[in-house]
Ligand binder design. Structure first.
Ligand SMILES: [Zn+2]
Length: 253
């Protein structure tokens, strides 16, 4: 019941936000590195950008644009819900140093800068947003990958369960540890998820992924899953703290 109310509340919130998102997307200030000290910061990474468009669908849709649309909505929602966020890019750009000149140099510099931005935070949680692609068009469904921090896997399971129950009950894709080849996810030590929101190679799913309402729904589920997971972590920490205080302060006779 509590969960139902939570989702109904978030859905209403999403509907309300739909009308004003465009305005906020245009007016929200550029990301800054200086955030409130001591509070968790959700670092939102819209994968690719600039010359690196990521996967390109047969209709010309670039992954980087969908990643950005979902990430901006996620940023707004979390911000609206009182969380500190850092959106790594808020337009179609690469984050490379000005000194990088070749495409390879730009790509390496871009990914190093994303890693540095995460690791510069005292208590970061990373959410990297991507879209999947496969030569065969029959595959579809979001999939959640998690980093090496022990908090990542339960957070991934929570996110997967919510994506499935709220958006795609047929989705059988399991969570998986991130591949060793994904540089960003393997060079941060914080809780980290990489979410492939769906397959751009599947025409039906591509239509959904390009739709603003569906992008908002994805953002709602991802934001809600983050909040549920971190609340659970807090409750677990409080329980062990009170157990600890019992041990540290035994009743005196
Ligand atoms: Zn990607």
């Amino acid at each position: 019941m509590r969960d139902d109310r939570f989702w109904i509340g978030l859905s209403l919130l999403a509907l309300g936000l739909l009308g004003i998102l465009g305005y906020f997307v245009l007016t929200r200030s550029a990301p800054t590195a200086a955030l409130t000290a001591g509070r968790p910061v959700v670092v939102i990474d819209p994968g690719h950008g600039g010359e690196d468009g990521g996967a390109v669908a047969p209709d010309g849709t670039e992954e980087a644009d969908i990643n950005l649309a979902v990430a901006q909505r996620l940023d707004l929602l979390l911000h609206f819900l009182g969380r500190d966020t850092l959106l790594l890019r808020d337009s179609d750009i690469s984050l490379h140093d000005p000194s990088a000149s070749t495409i390879r140099e730009k790509k390496v510099s871009d990914i190093h800068n994303r890693v540095d931005a995460v690791n510069a935070q005292t208590d970061p949680y990373l959410i990297s947003i991507h879209q999947n692609f496969f030569p065969s068009s029959k595959y579809r469904g979001a999939q959640v990958f998690y980093g090496g921090n022990p908090q990542s896997q339960p957070w991934a399971e929570r996110t997967r369960g919510n994506l499935r129950s709220c958006l795609d009950p047929e989705n059988k894709r399991e969570t998986k540890p991130i591949d060793r080849g994904i540089y960003l996810m393997n060079h941060v030590s914080c809780p980290a998820l990489l979410i492939e929101c769906g397959f751009l190679s599947n025409p039906e799913e591509r239509c959904l992924l390009k739709d603003g309402s569906y992008q908002t729904a994805l953002a709602v589920v991802i934001a809600g899953s983050y909040i549920q997971s971190t609340q659970e972590e807090g409750e677990t920490a409080n329980v062990s703290q009170s157990e600890e205080s019992v041990l540290l302060h035994p009743v005196r006779e």
